[in-house]
Unconditional design. Structure first.
Length: 564
């Protein structure tokens, strides 16, 4: 009797029991621990009624009987179409995850399809099975190490990019990634970027893949110290983005924050004034008793357009210090003052009612108050400092130059800068920062395989968050993703391998055999890692899927899933 006949060809309750008779750890006989109650399992092909015997090891001292590594022996056939304590078939989990994660369908689209197939399921359940699919894929990605090793060997080595990514109110995820192949090599939940955590993850990376050709990171003390400990002879390139960001903040932040605070106070104070002025202008045009000449009408229309521009937001661009939205807003306010002065020269006081005229003068007074000597001096200082910052950024972004040519360009800039350091003490930040990090800024120009930044990790993580929001509609980054985020990045390593069809027998065989059934060593390691990860989380995470031995049943699963 094949799998289809077993599952769908009978109205009776299907009874399942594992063929295993001895514990895979200690070899002791297994005993029947309990019989499950008959349950109805929803699948894409209909409802299946089933019950099974769960076994345990008779040896009380066995690792499988310890609380942290407790192991139950389930029927392999039963686990091939559902999981313990679950009334939804694996085919629904596969369909949900595949179409949301790989085909980028929304949660609502998947829910609609399942309901059309007669599967009684709600939105939250679909979301849970999407999460379960990601669990499977995360486990499957761990089986991909040998393929990554082959790709690294083919590429002549790997360049290690290391960085910590995080979401609000969550622990950080330390990520090691090969920039040549684009594959994530190792991830780890950490509380902070201290050298102990970095040493631990780099030790594992070294054991699996050997020493890299080069390393790219930010200037964090913990990461730098960890790299020096594990890979003292490897070229260590500092990320130019983080270098310039930190330099720019130290150079510009004091003056910039004063302008930013002044802008915030100005916006709060004058938002009501602008709306009141616009309201009075509209009333003047719609009131037949108002006797406005053509010139005044045209001037008021221009004024109204200017007010709209005045209250509009300034694009933030790449953010501070690469772009200066607060400075741009300040310059817009000053330009608006000049505009108001010119406009008022073309308006006759006699042609306007007192309310409109009063609201216009209130805005003009606010603009005059904003445009103080202090703001002018700070804008001039920022203009000078930002000019040098942009020049340094432009030099570092020139990928066509060699390291010696870049160094010569920087030295010329420092010579020019030296003449103004006495008058502008903040300029001393530039040579001080360059001197501190000089040795690790230029490897990327002589070896074009070494990237100038390690932003690939942050971009990958942010892309995952955007995709997740698009597919599920959930804007928060829940506990699940905090827990599995370290594996979610690695899931990208295998997405292309299984992108064609979730019902493909090769995919299902790999998917189930390598996720439900792993070796003893993997189980022990998985348990320790899980306990470590739990200590980072505030709330309990739902129980992991059961893990059993793979070697003895892999061929059975391959044959079984070719029919389901």
């Amino acid at each position: 009797m094949n799998a289809n006949e077993i599952l769908y060809g009978s109205e009776n309750i299907n009874f399942f029991e594992t063929d295993m008779t001895n514990c895979t750890y200690c070899g002791y006989p297994l005993f029947n621990s309990y019989h499950t109650a008959a349950k109805s399992i929803k699948t894409l092909k209909g409802v299946v009624k089933a019950k099974h015997v769960v076994k345990e090891c008779t040896n009380k001292q066995c690792i499988s009987n310890k609380p942290e590594t407790k192991k139950y022996y389930y029927s392999e056939q039963f686990l091939s179409f559902t999981l313990p304590r679950c009334s939804i078939g694996i085919d629904i989990t596969l369909y949900t995850g595949f179409h949301m994660h790989i085909k980028s369908q929304s949660l609502d689209d998947v829910l609609k399809y399942l309901l059309q197939q007669g599967v009684q399921i709600n939105r939250s359940s679909v979301y849970r099975h999407y999460e379960r699919y990601l669990e499977f894929m995360a486990e499957l990605s761990q089986q991909n190490i040998d393929e990554i090793k082959k790709e690294i060997e083919k590429n002549g080595g790997y360049i290690l990019s290391i960085d910590a990514v995080y979401s609000i109110d969550s622990p950080s995820i330390l990520v090691c990634r090969d920039t040549i192949s684009g594959k994530a090599l190792k991830t780890k939940l950490i509380n902070s970027e201290d050298d102990e955590a970095v040493v631990e993850i780099l030790t594992e990376v070294k054991a699996m893949f050997g020493a890299p050709l080069a390393i790219v990171s930010d200037m964090g003390k913990g990461i730098s110290k960890g790299i020096l400990t594990i890979f003292p002879e490897v070229k260590h390139q500092y990320c130019h983005f983080h270098f310039l960001k930190n330099l720019g903040k130290e150079l510009l932040e004091d003056d910039y924050q004063v302008i930013q605070q002044k802008n915030n106070n100005f916006k709060k104070k004058n938002k009501k004034l602008v709306k009141n002025c616009q309201k009075n202008i509209d009333r003047a045009f719609n009131n037949p008793d108002e006797q406005l000449n053509q010139k005044t009408k045209e001037t008021l229309l221009i004024l109204q357009e200017g007010l709209i521009t005045f209250i509009s937001k300034v694009p933030s661009g790449s953010g501070f210090p690469y772009d200066l939205p607060a400075v741009n807003y300040s310059l817009k306010v000053i330009a608006t003052k000049i505009f108001f002065d010119e406009i008022l020269m073309n308006i006759s006081d006699k042609s306007l009612d007192s309310k409109l005229l009063s609201s216009i003068h209130e805005i003009q007074n606010a603009l005059n108050e904003y445009n103080s000597s202090d703001i002018q001096l700070r804008l001039e200082e920022i203009e000078l400092l930002y000019g040098y910052f942009v020049q340094l950024r432009s030099i570092l972004e020139n990928d066509d130059f060699s390291s010696n040519e870049i160094k010569n360009e920087i030295e010329s800039l420092l010579y020019l800068l030296a003449s103004q350091q006495n008058e502008h003490s903040k300029l001393q930040v530039i040579p001080a920062r360059l001197e501190k990090y000089w040795m690790n800024l230029f490897y990327c120009y002589d070896d074009k395989r070494i990237p100038r930044t390690n932003l690939d990790i942050e971009h990958s993580f942010n892309r995952l968050k955007r995709i997740k929001r698009k597919r599920t509609g959930v804007k928060i980054w829940p506990t699940y993703f905090t827990h599995e985020g370290k594996s979610l990045i690695q899931i990208e390593n295998i997405t292309d391998k299984y992108k064609d069809d979730y019902s493909d027998s090769r995919f299902i065989t790999d998917f189930t055999a390598k996720t439900l059934f792993v070796s003893k060593e993997q189980l022990e390691k998985q348990s320790m890692i899980r306990e470590l990860d739990k200590s980072f989380l505030k709330s309990n995470y739902h129980r992991k899927i059961p893990l059993l031995e793979a070697e003895s049943i892999y061929e059975k699963l391959a044959d079984k899933f070719s029919h389901i």
